[in-house]
Design a protein around this ligand. Structure first.
Ligand code: THU
Length: 155
């Protein structure tokens, strides 16, 4: 997969809409319930109708019962606004041990859910995430993050 499927730009060069969405993701990361990992994640989704949905990760003492911020946001969007396409999703991380040169890309399970969202709406959406350093990484559609994506027909 060619590297130019991702765009990496200094944060101050983000478009106003992308910057505003990332700010919302950062704000909502503060609401994370992450007493076990202390890794707080915020996700902000903007829909084609302009509606913005924000969510944070929610952990559980029975670890697999918790859920990532991205999935909380996408599942809520699908529940509250079925049929309205996702335009962009921004992801922000707040953690004491945040490494400067790392790219904070979404986990594999969230990528699969993003793929389903894209497939469902038949339209790619922008995925924006933090790093490396003061740069922001983004791509249009799930394919670069999840090549050879698994899909099932609903026909
Ligand atoms: N987490 C997310 O919310 N999103 C991701 O893409 C990666 C991981 C959460 C899950 C868990 O609560 C914590 O971060 C540490 O893995």
């Amino acid at each position: 997969m060619p590297v130019d499927t991702f765009t990496q730009i200094p944060e101050e060069q983000l478009s106003p809409e992308d910057a505003a969405l990332l700010l919302k993701a950062r704000e909502v990361a503060l609401t994370a319930y992450a007493p076990y990992s202390k890794f707080r994640v915020g996700a902000a989704v903007i829909l084609e109708n302009g509606e913005v949905i924000t969510a944070s990760n929610q952990e559980n003492a029975a670890f697999p019962s918790g859920l990532c911020a991205e999935r909380v946001a996408l599942f809520y969007a699908g529940s509250r606004f079925p049929g309205i396409a996702v335009k962009s999703l921004a992801i922000a991380v707040i953690a004491a041990k945040k490494e400067a040169n790392r790219v904070y890309a979404p986990c594999g399970a969230c990528r699969q859910v993003m793929a389903e969202t894209e497939n469902r709406q038949n339209k790619p959406f922008r995925i924006i995430f933090e790093g490396p350093g003061n740069y922001i990484t983004w791509c249009n559609g799930i394919e670069p993050l999840l090549p050879f994506t698994f899909k099932l027909s609903t026909e």
